[in-house]
Design a protein around this ligand. Structure first.
Ligand SMILES: Cc1ncc(COP(=O)(O)O)c(C=O)c1O
Length: 342
């Protein structure tokens, strides 16, 4: 069964193009991505490259493809990639960098998504510890960290992490699937972020609401390699303007979409608190809420479903609610109604 977006809380990826986004297709361009001839895609790539003050950017269809391509281009073959044990890359991306790139994911314990700058692995990178296992060549950090409710790791942390990486000769990729959120909220300075990594990716299909699309930014040389890897994995679609036009429209309304999504999440947080829910995780600026249902998660999920509302368990023990641009007053009202009758 398909839930209407306004009653669907499982992710901000469930939004559908609205009339304005569909109208943006009237200005569609039909150039071929393989020949780098699509005007809308070129515009999107230039916009993101200059946003992060990087030399170039490469458009792809999904966040998983962005990570796969970026990580491959910054890592040497048969090396390992250090990442958080609670990252999307480690948990939810089908180990694509291992299957396609010959890379081993080396998870390290994280606290709220942060890889400690004191973790023992830093001192082991260049000594014999890694002699008999894949030697690391890159680090991947996820910011905002979705498993912690969209918590921001902070610009200062990212800067220090990049310095630490450079000190031991590792590249750093930021998986910024939702990093446009703190940028549109004015919390992150994109130039600062771009200066704190080798490559960065972000998605147009998350809070800002395009139906698909993601992008990797980096040096000219790296992005030229990214285009080769994109081709290799079958990601060089042809008339990409069909998607790029909607991504540009989503970007033009990004601030409004992110602000609205966070507002809805703040309202839902208050509703949950009012109704006695405890241990709710809701970072200030985030559109994500994590909580445990005292009645049992399964019970609550089924109860909401009987009201035509979809919520889901992210991991055993935690319900995750993600707010988006197509939630509205009706969403809040129906959510409250369902909660009152638990
Ligand atoms: C942090 C993060 N990275 C990457 C992805 C993968 O994006 P996609 O679903 O577009 O492949 C997600 C998906 O939600 C994500 O949350």
């Amino acid at each position: 069964m398909r839930y209407p977006p306004q009653l669907d809380f499982i992710s901000d990826t469930v939004t559908v193009p609205d009339a304005e986004m569909i109208a943006s297709l009237q200005k569609i361009t039909f150039g071929d991505l393989g020949y780098e001839e699509d005007e809308a895609t070129n515009q999107l790539e230039s916009y993101i490259a200059s946003l992060f003050n990087k030399e170039d950017a490469c458009f792809v269809l999904s966040g998983t493809a962005s990570n796969l391509i970026a990580i491959n281009l910054i890592s040497s073959f048969a090396s390992s990639v250090i990442t958080g044990n609670q990252s999307d890359l480690y948990l939810w991306e089908s180990s694509s960098v291992s299957s396609f790139g010959g890379l081993r994911l080396e998870p390290v314990n994280t606290s709220s998504g942060m890889i400690s700058l004191e973790d023992p692995f830093w001192d082991q990178v260049n000594n014999s510890f890694f002699g008999q296992r894949a030697k690391p060549s890159s680090v991947v950090i996820e910011d905002p960290h979705i498993g912690s409710g969209g918590l921001l790791l902070g610009q200062r942390y990212l800067k220090k992490l990049f310095t630490r990486c450079c000190d031991v000769g590792l590249n750093l990729h930021i998986d910024g699937a939702r990093i446009l959120n703190p940028i549109f909220l004015g919390i992150y300075d994109p130039v600062e972020i771009g200066g704190s990594c080798t490559t960065i990716s972000c998605c147009f299909s998350k809070t800002i609401g395009a139906p698909m699309g993601s992008i990797i930014a980096g040096t000219k040389e790296d992005i030229s390699k990214a285009r080769q890897i994109r081709k290799l994995i079958g990601g060089t679609v042809r008339q990409s303007g069909v998607i790029a036009a909607m991504c540009l429209n989503a970007l033009s309304r990004g601030k409004e979409s992110v602000t609205h999504s966070v507002h809805i999440a703040n309202e839902l947080y208050l509703i949950l608190k009012e109704h006695g829910f405890q241990d709710i995780v809701k970072p200030n600026h985030s559109n994500i809420i994590l909580f445990k249902a005292p009645q049992g998660n399964d019970f609550l999920i089924k109860h909401f479903a009987s009201f035509g509302i979809r919520i889901a368990e992210l991991e055993a023990g935690t319900i995750r609610i993600v707010c988006h641009r197509q939630h509205n007053e009706e969403s809040l009202l129906r959510f409250k109604e369902a909660l009152i009758s638990v």
